[in-house]
Design a protein around this ligand. Structure first.
Ligand code: UTP
Length: 233
C-alpha cells in the first residue's frame, strides 16, 4: 500500500475550456482506480480563479499580505469542496470534512483512503501544503499537477530560450525557483519555493506535470513513465 500526495493547481478546475469539461469525471475515475489498487491518496487543491479574483478585489483596500492570503485559503477550500463532493458522490471513501491543518490531514489519512484539503495558514501556497503533507504522512512522492508541461530554466512566457527539463535534482529545482520566500498573495511560480525547501530538507521526490491532461496524472500516480519533470529525492 502506497501513499501519494497530489497538489492539484486550482487552474485545472476552470470549467469554461471545452477540453476540460470531462476533466473532473476523468479525475474521479483515476482516484477510484488507485483506491481499488490499495493506494492512499491525499489531494491538495489550489485556489485558481476564485483566489485570483478575491485577492484582486480585496487588494485595492487591504495591504497586509496575511489578510489577502486568507482570502486565497478560502478559495482553495471552495475548490477542495468541489473535488471532495465529486469523489464522495462516486462512492469513493473520502474523509468527511476538509482538514484545516497538515496534522489533521495525516490523522484523516489513517482512517480513510482519500483525503482532500486546500490551504492551511498564510505564508505559502497549496504546493507547500502538499509537500508538507507528503513528508508527514510518509508518502513515497508528491505529484505537482500544474498547467505547464515541464519545469523550465526560466519563465518560457518571457524568455523564448528557456530550456525544459525532463529530470532534475531537488537542489537544481531550488536553484531555479529561488529562496523559500512567500512573494505575496496569489503570486505564482512553477512550484512554490517554500514547498521546494521542505522537499529539499526531507529528500521528497516530486513529479511535476501538466494536469490539464488527466492521463499524465494517471501515469504518475500509477508509477508509469509520464511527460513532465521528475525531481529525484
Ligand atoms: P494556491 O495554492 O492556489 O497558490 O493558493 P498559487 O500558486 O497562487 O496558485 P496556482 O498554484 O497557480 O493555482 C492561492 C493563494 O492562497 C494563499 C496564498 O496567497 C496563495 O497565493 N494560501 C494558499 C495561503 O496563504 N496558504 C495556504 O496554505 C494556501
Amino acid at each position: 500500500m502506497a501513499t501519494v500526495v497530489l497538489a492539484l493547481g486550482g487552474s485545472l478546475l476552470r470549467p469554461e475550456v471545452e477540453e476540460r469539461r470531462d476533466w473532473l469525471r476523468e479525475f474521479v475515475a483515476i482516484v477510484r482506480d488507485r483506491v481499488s489498487s490499495g493506494d492512499r491518496i491525499a489531494v491538495v487543491v489550489g485556489g485558481g480563479a476564485p483566489a485570483r479574483e478575491g485577492i484582486e478585489i480585496a487588494s485595492h483596500s487591504i495591504d497586509d499580505i496575511e489578510h489577502l492570503d486568507r482570502i486565497g485559503i478560502a478559495a482553495t477550500r471552495l475548490n477542495a469542496t468541489i473535488i471532495r463532493e465529486a469523489l464522495a458522490d462516486d462512492g469513493i471513501p473520502v474523509s468527511g470534512s476538509i482538514p484545516r491543518s497538515v496534522e489533521e490531514a495525516v490523522v484523516d489519512l489513517e482512517r480513510r483512503s482519500v483525503v482532500v484539503m486546500g490551504g492551511t495558514v498564510p505564508g505559502h501556497t497549496t504546493d507547500a501544503v502538499a509537500i508538507m503533507l507528503a513528508v508527514n504522512s510518509g508518502a513515497r512522492k508528491c505529484v505537482i499537477a500544474t498547467n505547464v508541461a515541464k519545469v523550465f530554466s526560466d519563465d518560457p512566457r518571457s524568455n523564448p530560450d528557456a530550456e525544459p527539463f525532463d529530470c532534475l535534482t531537488l537542489d537544481q529545482l531550488q536553484e531555479i525557483v529561488g529562496p523559500p520566500e512567500h512573494k505575496g498573495a496569489g503570486s505564482s511560480q512553477v512550484v512554490d519555493p517554500v514547498g521546494v525547501d521542505v522537499a529539499v530538507k526531507n529528500s521528497m521526490p516530486l513529479d511535476i506535470l501538466d494536469g490539464r491532461d488527466s492521463g499524465k496524472i494517471r501515469k504518475s500516480l500509477e508509477g508509469e513513465e509520464f511527460e513532465g519533470t521528475i525531481v529525484e529525492g
